[in-house]
Design a protein around this ligand. Structure first.
Ligand code: NAD
Length: 354
């Protein structure tokens, strides 16, 4: 097991990579726990849950709303949860985001922790203290920064994941490699197929390396005033694509990374050969490099995104594999670049090779 700590401004958050769910009781505080999960995870793993009331939310991005949060507040109230109650989220990124948000806001904040059950949640969503829900389809518009006390990542839980969810998680691992770790990128190039088949040793290394990268960034810049913005690599376009094209989070981030890498080449930041390596790796991991979406709609969605400040956007570019830089780009440049990317974004679904 690898134990990684995030030391932000609040209490530390401990990420337990490779810990078994059977050992969960070691990390729960004395007193009352209430579990929040989703229907699928409940069905698969309820026999391993601690003895506690279990609240289920539905599945899918559509449940990540204030309405779901309100339902949970009302149930917590009826269960007489109080400031001493510990909230445990067991599930993927959606359960973690909703649980963290509800726990952070109910009675001005209850203690909480996660068992992350998807690859994407283990390498990204459960780590770093960003919690939230969507509003009118815009991602994570309402939320808090608040660290879970612990995150338990049991690799064995990933064995029941559908292949599409494994591929989703790979997108965020590639992102971590691209912004911070050329060695991890090369490892993915060599071991990507073993990773897709969930080889335990390979997958544990990928989760550990990703958590180390994300934890380091979050510890240095918990509230995203500088370096943490690098973790948004691929997400400016990715969130917009998730909204307008119906791609999953990981797929949308994959295409978002292709767009960001292309913009980096266009700006003279990134060598074309490095861009091509990015495309090759994403394809080998069966991640999409093109999306069925109209450029205009994607740009409109980007402009409504929360990362916009005045007429400029903080945009994460690549300088090389393993090195990212945040630059302000103007809305005009973004529009011009997006128009040049029509080989990547095609409303008809017919794409040229980028
Ligand atoms: N807070 C953050 O920093 C952050 C970072 C990245 C992504 N996110 C968010 O995470 C969300 C996506 O997370 P996700 O991809 O984990 O999606 P998800 O939570 O919807 O899980 C995907 C599917 O897998 C099922 N599932 C979960 N664990 C399983 C298991 N062990 N076996 C079989 N099925 C299982 C779920 O029921 C669901 O149907 C998005 O809303 C995204 O915005 C948040």
């Amino acid at each position: 097991m690898h134990v990684i700590e995030i030391t932000g401004t609040g209490r530390p958050s401990t990420i337990l990579v490779g810990e078994k769910m059977e050992n969960l009781a070691r990390y729960l505080p004395a007193g009352r726990t209430i579990v929040i999960t989703d229907a699928t995870v409940r069905q698969l793993y309820q026999d391993r849950f601690p003895t506690a009331p279990v609240l289920s939310i539905g599945c899918g991005e559509a449940v990540k709303t204030l309405e779901t949060a309100t339902d949970l507040y009302e149930t917590l109230l009826s269960l007489e949860a109080d400031r001493s109650t510990f909230i445990l989220g067991i599930g993927g990124g959606i359960v973690c985001d909703v649980t963290g948000f509800v726990a952070s806001t109910f009675m001005r904040g209850l203690r909480f922790g996660f068992v992350a059950t998807t690859l994407l949640a283990q390498v990204d969503a459960s780590v770093g203290g960003k919690n939230g829900v969507n509003l009118e389809g815009y991602k994570n518009l309402i939320g808090t920064f608040n660290q879970p006390e612990f995150v338990l990542c049991d690799m064995q839980l990933l064995q029941t994941l559908p292949e599409a969810e494994v591929i989703n998680g790979m997108a965020e691992i590639v992102k971590h490699a691209l912004i911070a770790d050329a060695g991890l990128f090369a490892f993915l190039e060599e071991q990507g197929q073993s990773a897709l088949s969930l080889d335990p040793a390979i997958i544990e290394r990928l989760v550990r390396d990703s958590v180390v990268i994300k934890s380091g960034v979050v510890s240095r810049d918990e509230r995203e005033t500088g370096e943490r913005r690098k973790l948004n690599f691929g997400h400016t376009f990715g969130h917009a694509l998730e909204k307008v094209s119906g791609l999953s989070h990981g797929e949308a981030v994959s295409v978002g990374m292709v767009l960001a890498a292309s913009l980096s080449v266009r700006r003279g930041r990134l060598a074309a050969a490095a861009h091509d390596r990015v495309i090759r790796l994403l394809r080998s991991l069966r991640l999409p490099c093109t999306a069925p979406a109209a450029v205009g709609r994607v740009v409109d969605a980007v402009l409504k995104d929360k990362k916009r400040e005045a007429d400029r956007i903080h945009f994460v570019m690549l300088e090389d594999i393993g090195r990212a830089v945040v630059e302000d780009i103007s809305i005009a440049e973004l529009k011009a670049a997006a128009a040049a990317f029509e080989c990547i974004l095609q409303p008809t679904g017919r794409h040229a090779v980028p």
